[in-house]
Design a protein around this ligand. Structure first.
Ligand code: GLV
Length: 328
């Protein structure tokens, strides 16, 4: 008897090989670097109602419409190759007894490294500086040209001190002697590792040189970073986001940057993704936009894909996943 799984993207070979070698597993795969179109995904589900598992990406919506095409008694697991799982309707999965796997931990280092990179790039105006070198604006060394913000010894405010937030805090504290403020639902004991001070959000916004959300996207954090939020930040402060675009009310970020309510932003995530190339944020001198690359190192993507495949295989066997999203 074969067990069918749907795979929505071409994944790194190390992980695909594990899946391919499984006896009795039939892979229905969208073998492409680009996302599967919604229409095609629905067709895959329609044609394979008996599939036992789906391995998806953060670009694939798993919702009632998709699940309605599948036999919910057969479908045991949805395994996403991402730490974020806001694209999955968890209530629906819970209702049908479908396990949800994700990939925390293996991307903590690469993602927190990228947050540091983006912070440094924004603080030192790397994009404008590189553009100046390319387009001939670099006439000579000038005492007051392209002045940035000093990072060493600055105050960094982190909203949401989870795995990635605390890895980022360690880097900023031990590497750059930054004072770490954090806000969260509760005080974290491990924050003593980097001398982190638990404060309320308003204090964090008022005192930080760099404001960096590291929280999940959920109904409480959706569009949390709005104009009111930016107005509470210091005028010379820099905003960094590597979480999800929807944590930010993007038009308000644009207003804050255009009106110098804050000084600069560095963002790896936007709404929508990709951001249209004529989007005004891309024209803002005081904003660096990256194309959602926080976890893109070879090692990290291999590890994420391997964990996602292992979650999928355990799920179709009815076993506990290595990393499972709690559905309560
Ligand atoms: C990336 O954004 C992820 O959620 O893994």
């Amino acid at each position: 008897m074969t067990t069918k799984v749907i795979l929505t993207r071409k994944i790194p070979k190390v992980a695909f090989d594990i899946l391919k070698k499984q006896a009795g597993v039939k892979i229905i795969s969208w073998d492409n670097e680009e996302p599967i179109e919604r229409k095609t995904f629905l067709e895959y589900a329609n044609k394979n109602p008996d599939c036992a598992g789906i391995l998806c990406m953060l670009t694939d919506k798993i919702d009632e419409e998709l699940l309605s095409k599948l036999n919910k008694n057969k479908l045991k697991v949805v395994s996403t190759m991402s730490v974020g799982h806001d694209h999955i309707d968890k209530q629906a999965c819970k209702k049908y007894g479908i396990k949800v796997g994700y990939t925390p931990g293996v991307l903590t280092n690469s993602t927190s490294d990228l947050a540091v990179t983006l912070l440094l790039a924004a603080a030192r105006r790397l994009k404008e500086s590189s553009d100046a070198a390319i387009n001939g604006e670099w006439t000579t060394w000038k005492p007051e040209w392209l002045l940035g913000k000093e990072v060493y010894g600055s105050t960094v405010g982190i909203i949401g001190l989870g795995r990635i937030g605390s890895a980022f805090a360690k880097r900023m504290h031990h590497g750059f002697d930054c004072k770490i403020l954090y806000s969260d639902v509760s005080e974290k004991d491990f924050a003593k590792d980097f001398n982190g001070k638990f404060v309320d959000l308003d204090t964090l916004l008022a005192e930080s040189d760099f404001v960096v959300p590291h929280c999940d996207l959920n109904s409480k954090t959706k569009e949390m970073c709005n104009l009111e939020f930016f107005k509470k930040m210091r005028k010379d402060a820099i905003f960094i986001n590597t979480t999800r675009g929807d944590v930010v009310k993007q038009d308000d970020l644009l207003t804050a940057l255009q009106n110098n309510i804050i000084s600069y932003a560095g963002i790896d995530v936007t709404v929508p993704e990709p951001l249209p190339t004529n989007h005004p944020l891309l024209k803002q001198k005081n904003c660096i936009v990256l194309p959602h690359i926080a976890s893109s190192t070879r090692k990290c993507r291999n590890d994420m894909a391997t964990l996602a495949v292992n979650n999928l295989l355990l799920g179709i066997q009815g076993k506990n996943l290595l990393k499972e999203v709690g559905l309560d």
